[in-house]
Design a protein around this ligand. Structure first.
Ligand code: SF4
Length: 281
């Protein structure tokens, strides 16, 4: 019980820093992924043979012609599952087209995808990251950092990179000039000890400026029975981030959240509120 996550009640007037509304374009590369992380709704088994071929992606085409890319955004997020067939050069070209058609900062791919291309194409991680920067990405996405506790990862996502591998890719990303983005997924029953271990990894990133809090959404995952986290678990996690990293911005997606909920999040320290303005799938 000692490491139980404890919520500290606050008064509304103790509201924290400002509230930056970030209008996002979300580009999903694919909703299929073979990695089978138990907490992910993209984690579907997709047969590679017989009569269930994996459809090829339409990302490259969308990056050249989708009308949403003519709109203004504060951030473009490009993320998705691990592709079966498309090579790294396919994604590099698509990101380059997005960058040429829109001047918004691009948060593209994640350490998980970088490691995938590194393994499949035998390409050094640094080279993949340099090319990602050249294509127009400003940061690597936080994917893979849901909870950087290896015992937990082995149980929930055994095929995934380890915490140290995630860190090592982000350290190289920092060196080549990509900003660090990290996240923390709040699961029901998350403990203070797990969050403390997670933070130890974050402390090794020099340029970490944003931590995205992601409350676990159980629907469509293998963990539906767990349910979603309690609001107080989310708020207590935000409090711990603010205490441990006072200069780092706490971000959260506020799509479909009520005004009251947004105020509550702001009082507890969320200062970067992300809203999905458009999607490309
Ligand atoms: S690697 Fe990412 S997209 Fe694939 S199953 Fe895991 S969390 Fe989902």
């Amino acid at each position: 019980m000692e490491d139980m996550l404890r919520y500290q009640p606050i008064w509304p007037e103790s509201a924290q820093a400002g509230w930056n509304l970030i209008q996002m374009l979300k580009i999903t590369t694919t909703r299929s992924c073979w990695m089978r992380c138990r907490f992910c709704d993209f984690s579907h088994f997709v047969p590679m043979i017989d009569d269930h071929p994996v459809p090829s992606l339409s990302l490259l085409q969308a990056s050249q012609s989708h009308p949403a890319l003519a709109e203004a955004y504060d951030l473009i997020k490009i993320r998705g599952g691990l592709s079966f067939f498309e090579p790294w050069s396919y994604f590099r070209s698509a990101i380059r087209h997005v960058h040429k058609r829109n001047s918004a900062p691009i948060q593209a791919l994640s350490a998980v995808e970088v490691q995938h291309f590194h393994r499949v194409e035998q390409k050094p991680v640094q080279e993949v990251l340099e090319e990602l920067l050249w294509a127009g990405a400003t940061s690597l996405g936080p994917g893979g950092s849901e909870l950087l506790v290896d015992s937990w990862r082995e149980e929930m996502a055994s095929l995934r990179l380890s915490s140290r591998q995630w860190l090592s890719i982000h350290k190289i990303a920092e060196r080549v000039g990509l900003k660090s983005q990290a996240s923390l997924m709040v699961f029901p029953g998350i403990t203070e000890e797990q969050i403390r271990v997670h933070f130890e990894i974050f402390r090794e990133l020099k340029s970490l400026s944003v931590i995205e809090v992601k409350p676990f959404r159980c629907l469509g995952t293998q963990l539906e029975i767990m349910g979603n986290p309690h609001l107080l678990e989310v708020l207590a996690t935000i409090q711990l981030i603010k205490k441990s990293f006072p200069h780092v911005m706490v971000a959260m997606n506020i799509d479909n959240l009520s005004r009251d909920m947004c105020e509550l999040l702001q009082w507890h320290g969320v200062s970067r509120a992300m809203v999905t303005k458009d999607v490309i799938e």
